[in-house]
Write a protein that binds this ligand. Sequence first.
Ligand SMILES: Cc1cc2nc3c(=O)[nH]c(=O)nc-3n(C[C@H](O)[C@H](O)[C@H](O)COP(=O)(O)O)c2cc1C
Length: 188
Amino acid sequence: MKGLIIVGSAQRGSHTNALAQYLKDQIESHNEEVTIFDLAEQPLHTLDFTGQNAVPENYQNNAERLRNLAREADFIILGTPNYHGSYSGILKNALDHLTMDDFKMKPVGLVNNSGGIVSAEPLSHLRLIVRSLLGIAVPTQIATHDSDYDKREDGTFYLSNDEFQLRAKLFIDQILSFANNSPYEHLK
Ligand SMILES: Cc1cc2nc3c(=O)[nH]c(=O)nc-3n(C[C@H](O)[C@H](O)[C@H](O)COP(=O)(O)O)c2cc1C
């Protein structure tokens, strides 16, 4: 089984990326494969059908890689910072590069991080999008705050709040359970 985690922060080394790393470790502890696609490290061009703006080759390659990973994934996790009470624009743009064929009847996990007041609203907004893409957004979700993370000596963030660590384990158990017991194969 293969998974994909899309990280939608505009900041490299984001809290959302640290959460994705924690989730990746959990998934790998179940001997399942997962790839993190961090949009701050592999940016995509704004979706544009006008033909008036040349797209640099590295951006085209990033978009193609994302499409391939999404098409092959058995489950997808969407991670976003809270930007203006919702998910980030770059995550929406990444989703606009994908189609229903990438999401249809696949379990989708939703996680976000806020720097201000903790909010799960970005996840409620993403739930609507996942439905439109015919994915199955699992009920458990994770909404953290910057204070749930600490820094290592090298300056990178890690998820340090033990309640969220436990929730992350349950979240992954749920996604893998959906993916492993999918009754929807014939509907894909
Ligand atoms: C454009 C923008 C809008 C933001 N809007 C909110 C907001 O509405 N509520 C909030 O709690 N934090 C807001 N923030 C702060 C981010 O949630 C905060 O920087 C958080 O640490 C981002 O997580 P990350 O490190 O995963 O990118 C905003 C940040 C940016 C750049």
